[in-house]
Write a protein that binds this ligand. Structure first.
Ligand SMILES: C[S@@+](CC[C@H](N)C(=O)[O-])C[C@H]1O[C@@H](n2cnc3c(N)ncnc32)[C@H](O)[C@@H]1O
Length: 269
């Protein structure tokens, strides 16, 4: 199987594990910030890349009047997306597809958005080029990507230190949290990105609650457990994760408020 196909299957297995639909609430404020920043005029054509179950960008954008298409490699999540859209009273087209090979004509959308979605495509230059290709001149692209030195960036490193290395040809997602890399991959597509650094807080009732919700609902943890438990290393991983949560938790009242830094990348092609 070609690397891209194999990676698509891996991504699908990862994000259909656990319960992204429930877990996605943690990043809802990021979707709101991005939609405010790109501006949604009525009837703009908007593509949400790596839409998941649609609750953070696709559905709120449709509620603001955009005509929305959500694309994702994990069609299992569309079942939740359809239910959410029906509850919200909006119509959205959900299409299975890959960020680095988007199934759309050139210049099809006025807004192309991806909150922590396209950053998981293995070839970053191709993914950036695809976002640019499908965006109309005068439109706007926006991505949210985890900062390399923030909580989620550190979590990528922790997971990478326990799990087998990615296959050759797969660029690590945390590179999207390095400004020079972002400038390089969009520069290759002939455009110049602007970045702002932001913070989102992940609130849990306690550190233990955070650990349990990650273990149960976060797909990459469910996949890691399947690998690490038979090796007798799952408890060590969870212990290291608990330490990481404590490092990024300023709360002193027994709750957990994980501060997680990310970049908002905007491009005006
Ligand atoms: C962290 S979730 C974010 C979902 C959604 N954007 C949100 O904010 O709730 C990552 C999503 O990216 C999708 N994804 C991963 N690799 C992808 C790729 N190459 N192309 C399109 N979607 C991808 C996953 O299936 C998953 O739904």
């Amino acid at each position: 199987m070609a690397v891209a196909d194999e990676f698509r299957q891996r991504a699908r297995a990862t994000w259909s594990a656990g319960d992204w639909d429930s877990f996605s609430r943690l990043v809802t404020p990021v979707g709101t910030l991005i939609l405010d920043r790109v501006g949604i005029e009525p009837a703009v054509d908007l593509l949400d890349v790596g839409t998941g179950s649609g609750g953070n960008v696709a559905i709120p954008a449709a509620q603001r009047g955009a005509k929305v298409v959500g694309v994702d490699v994990t069609p299992e999540l569309f079942e939740h997306a359809r239910r959410r859209a029906a509850d919200a009273g909006v119509e959205i087209e959900w299409i299975e597809g890959d960020a680095q090979q988007l199934p759309f004509e050139d210049a099809s959308f006025d807004r192309v958005i991806s909150t922590f979605g396209a950053m998981f495509a293995p070839d970053h230059t191709r993914a950036a080029a695809e976002l640019v290709r499908v965006c109309r001149p005068g439109g706007r692209i926006a991505m949210a990507t985890w900062a390399n030195d923030g909580f989620a960036g550190e979590l990528f490193k922790l997971t990478g230190s326990f799990m087998p290395p990615a296959p050759p040809g797969v660029e690590p997602p945390p590179l999207w949290g390095v400004e020079a890399h972002v400038a390089e991959v969009f520069g290759a597509a002939g455009v110049s990105p602007s970045l702002t650094r932001e913070t989102v807080d992940f609130d849990f009732t306690s550190v233990e609650d955070a650990v349990q919700q990650y273990a149960a609902d976060f797909g990459p943890f469910v996949v890691a457990r399947g690998v690490l438990e038979p090796q007798g290393r799952w408890d060590d991983f969870i212990e290291a994760f608990r330490d990481l949560v404590l490092r990024f938790n300023p709360a002193r009242d027994g709750t957990a408020r994980i501060r997680s830094d990310y970049f908002v990348i905007t491009v005006d092609p």
